[in-house]
Design a protein around this ligand. Structure first.
Ligand code: FAD
Length: 316
């Protein structure tokens, strides 16, 4: 079933979460161990992230270096199929532009359709470590909006290489939004303009980057509505759980902690103290968002479900 139908059919805030495929060589049991404790909150769908290849240099004979592509977390499509089979819950694979040609994207979507997966979160992807800025595959997409256009074309039966119409796919498409602006955007206004373009081209709903200040989320929703974006907007939350998150999260996700949270974080001396504060903050954020009747809350578990469980136990 499509995410948008789950949202439209519910009159209360849905619970949902995102998982990462395990590191290469680890078993799928680690995924189930992360999902099992959250099943009591009845997620209607579970997102699975996509991790593209990175390049490393391996030393070869005579001092030569060989550039080798490695993928640390493969398995997104297989995990989605396993989730649907084991839990009978819809899976939402993330699909990115980076590293994909249009043909490879088409083949990936055909695999998803054969597996009965109705949903895709369409993203551009970040630059890889060896790139100073995002570089698309020579035959791939530069922006998420172009990927959305390709999926919409397939939903109409128009495939990349074929001159004849084929059986249409039927994907529900999600897109990413940034309450604190995407780090490359010139300003909030242009970022919103491109977000609207993604919706106009076919995104059915938006999931936001994580944030810690609900005020910024509510302002973002107001700006989206003023810009004519009418689709559901799902807030993304991630509890702070470790001392190292204090500098890592703002840097990696280009977000700010609100003053009230940063002053409490500064008092923390141990991971345990940060974790307790993160859970308390996550509960307060969730309660306020639920009171505001958001359609769903998307928790970023980052392979660790215990803090999300502590939050959900209080509010769902
Ligand atoms: P876009 O919408 O393409 O936007 C990228 C930048 O280009 C923005 O600054 C935007 O303002 C600008 N822009 C957009 N369209 C145009 C245009 N037509 N002309 C000029 N400028 C334009 N990354 C992964 O690799 N794997 C994942 O699984 C993953 N999951 C994510 C889940 C969520 C909910 C979110 C919020 C992010 C996720 N990301 C993931 C990260 C995401 O790939 C990065 O944030 C990436 O840098 C931008 O992706 P996007 O889809 O928002 O890109």
């Amino acid at each position: 079933m499509k995410v948008i139908d789950h949202i439209n059919e519910s009159n209360e805030t849905l619970f949902s979460f995102e998982i990462l495929p395990p590191l290469k060589g680890k078993s799928i049991q680690s995924i189930f161990n992360g999902i099992d404790p959250l099943m009591e909150f009845k997620p209607k769908f579970i997102n699975v992230t996509y991790h593209r290849e990175e390049y490393i240099y391996k030393e070869r004979d005579k001092g030569l270096l060989e550039k080798v592509a490695i993928r640390k977390r493969p398995g997104t499509v297989g995990i989605c199929a396993a989730i649907m089979n084991k839990y009978h819950v819809d899976a939402v694979p993330h699909l990115i532009c980076g590293g994909f040609s249009k043909d490879e994207t088409e083949n990936a979507l055909i695999d998803l359709q054969f597996l009965g997966i109705d949903n895709v979160l369409a993203l551009r992807g970040d630059p890889i470590k060896t790139e100073s800025s995002f570089t698309p595959n020579p035959n791939g997409h530069k922006y998420a909006v172009n990927l959305i256009e390709q999926i919409v074309q397939m939903n109409k039966g128009t495939y990349t290489l074929d001159d004849i119409q084929l059986e249409p796919t039927n994907f529900c498409i999600g897109a990413a939004g940034y309450p604190e602006k995407h780090f490359e955007a010139m300003n909030m206004a242009t970022d919103l303009q491109y977000l609207k373009q993604k919706v106009d081209k076919g995104a059915d709903y938006i999931v936001t980057q994580l944030f810690y200040d609900n005020k910024k989320f509510f302002e973002f929703v107001d700006k989206c509505r003023a810009a004519g974006i009418t689709v559901p907007i799902i807030p993304g939350l991630k509890p702070v759980t470790k001392l190292r998150h204090i500098s890592f999260l703002p840097k990696f996700f280009n977000i700010d902690f609100p003053d009230e949270l940063s002053s409490e974080l500064l008092k923390c001396k141990t991971d345990e103290e940060v974790r307790n504060l993160g859970i308390e903050w996550g509960i307060a954020q969730t309660k306020e968002l639920k009171e505001a009747n958001v359609p769903c809350i998307h928790y970023y578990t980052m392979s660790n479900s215990s803090e999300v469980k502590s939050i959900a136990s209080e509010v769902f």
